[in-house]
Ligand binder design. Structure first.
Ligand code: UDX
Length: 476
């Protein structure tokens, strides 16, 4: 798709395509800016961080996201994509302004920190030199956009038309480029007829592909995003709660999830039991939802999300307890190999990573933790410099008393259990992501413990209290 010219209802009404500014060049903003350029628009990415801008301008992305550096390089070279710290200049040039700044969890509270969104909106409004459409994409508590409209009214220079709409983003880390270019659905709220026409023009390419469009009010648009993440989190915590019953009774949570998944009303996705969810979105979004629900008196949501959060955090405890039990009651001075630090594969993001959390907790209990991750070594080291990091998976596993698989990277899923058995100190693995081909591992002499899978084991039975079921089966 190219957006060089817009053809209006009247064939003679040929107007230039809107120029796009994207405020904030983090995960969301950098990806969105690159996608806008790919869709044919002249796009200006704005950020306050000069090192980020320099990196992006050179086609370097300060986080690991497959396909994004290539897309940015392509469009910096084509001249469609630029990055600047000069908000005023970018706003003066652009017609549609996407607000893509972060809404992190406030320190000491479950509430979202809205300072960046408020400042970015105000910055756009006060620098408008011609009519502008401000499009909020950040994840915000319901009611925020209505308040931001007040900021737009207050700070837009008189005589200039400005409109703010909300258009949440649903991109997943590791699949961000594809999710942005080919979204499941497009949602925007609060648009006038004129704004609706402009945003349809911006999204002409995915709309032409048949992407469903849902237009609604501001509050619904804001809530769609948090509800989507809350539902995904609930699905994960549901299967993790059931995995506890599987662990106690000897049922197999993976088979159970497969069977559930065949029901089209349920679906198999997000039913992988294990160490639970982390990352920059799901945990903070359910907490912000809880906080906002409490503020407005929607108490059932508070209770539900509280349970989801507790079950999720409890999975980390389960794995810590399993490790302690695997080592005979104490981890002190025992060698623990940890495979995975990222909160999921295909990212180097360790924000609220269950893997890094478990590794750090065992370290604090006196274990000698050696960690390896194919992408997240640097980000993990910045968060937890006191852990020992190995340059290779084999280096981490060598001589270990127990191996913990905490992120389901292909490298471990596809590894040869026989080769690893030859170098490990004790053939004991805790598969906290239910991702290993267990039978192969058992054949290679490993004792395998999982969360809710009655794995064939070779070791001595363990107690039900630790949340593991010991089928005492032999290798098949
Ligand atoms: C999420 C949403 O999926 C995305 O739509 C939203 O825009 C941002 O938040 P992301 O944070 O990138 O995306 O991660 P996601 O793929 O959703 O995974 C979140 C966490 O859930 C990971 O820690 C993952 O390991 C865990 N997870 C996922 C499970 O534990 N089980 C599953 O079955 C699926």
């Amino acid at each position: 798709m190219t957006a060089q010219k817009k053809t209006g209802p009247d064939a003679t009404d040929v107007r230039p395509a809107p120029v796009i500014s994207v405020i904030g060049t983090g995960y969301l903003g950098a990806t969105h800016a690159a996608a806008m350029a790919e869709m044919g628009f002249e796009t200006i990415g704005v950020d306050v961080d000069p090192s980020k801008l320099a990196a992006l301008s050179a086609g370097e992305v300060p986080f690991y996201e497959p396909g994004l550096p290539e897309l940015i390089t392509k469009h910096v070279a084509s001249g469609k994509l630029r990055f600047t710290a000069d908000l005023a200049a970018a706003v003066a040039e652009a017609d549609v302004h996407f607000v893509c700044v972060g809404t992190p969890q406030k320190a000491g509270s479950h509430a979202a920190n809205l300072t960046y969104v408020e400042n970015a909106t105000r910055g756009v409004a006060e620098n408008l030199t011609h009519p502008g459409l401000i499009v909020g994409k950040s994840t915000v508590p319901v009611g925020t956009a209505a308040r931001l409209r007040g900021i737009v009214r207050e700070f837009t220079p008189s005589g200039i038309d400005a409109e703010l709409i909300w258009n949440p983003e649903f991109l997943r880390e590791g699949k961000a480029v594809d999710d942005t270019l080919h979204p499941d659905r497009l949602v925007w709220g609060g648009a006038s007829a004129a704004a609706d026409a402009v945003i349809r023009e911006v999204y002409a390419a995915p709309i032409a592909e048949g992407t469903p469009v849902i237009t609604t009010d501001l509050a619904t648009a804001e809530l769609v995003k948090v509800s989507a993440n809350a539902f995904l989190a609930t699905k994960i915590s549901f299967i993790n709660a059931i995995s506890e019953m599987c662990a106690i009774t000897g049922a197999d949570v993976s088979t159970l999830a497969d069977a559930l998944g065949h029901d089209a009303r349920i679906g198999r996705k997000f039913l992988n039991a294990g160490l639970g969810f982390g990352g920059g979105c799901l945990p903070k979004d359910i907490r912000a939802l809880m906080y906002r629900a409490n503020e407005i008196g929607a108490n059932r949501v508070v209770g539900l999300m509280q349970q989801v959060d507790e079950i999720n955090m409890g999975q980390r405890e389960r794995v810590i307890d399993m490790t302690i039990e695997a080592l005979g009651g104490s981890v002190l001075n025992r060698r623990v190999a940890v495979v995975g630090a990222a909160f999921k594969p295909l990212t180097d993001d360790v924000r609220d990573s269950p893997a890094l959390n478990v590794a750090a907790a065992l370290h604090l209990r006196g274990a000698q933790v050696t960690l390896w991750d194919p992408e997240a070594m640097e980000t993990a080291r910045r968060s937890f410099p006191t852990l020992t990091y190995s340059a290779s998976m084999e280096g981490a596993i060598e001589d270990a008393d127990v191996v913990l698989v905490l992120t389901e990277w292909d490298e471990i899923v596809e590894a040869s259990p026989a080769a690893l058995a030859a170098i490990v100190g004790r053939r004991f693995v805790i598969d906290a992501r239910n991702c290993l081909p267990v039978t192969d591992w058992v054949k290679a002499g490993w004792t395998v413990r999982s969360l809710g899978r009655p794995t064939p084991v070779t070791g001595a039975p363990v107690s039900v209290a630790a949340g593991t079921y010991d089928a005492v089966a032999t290798a098949r």
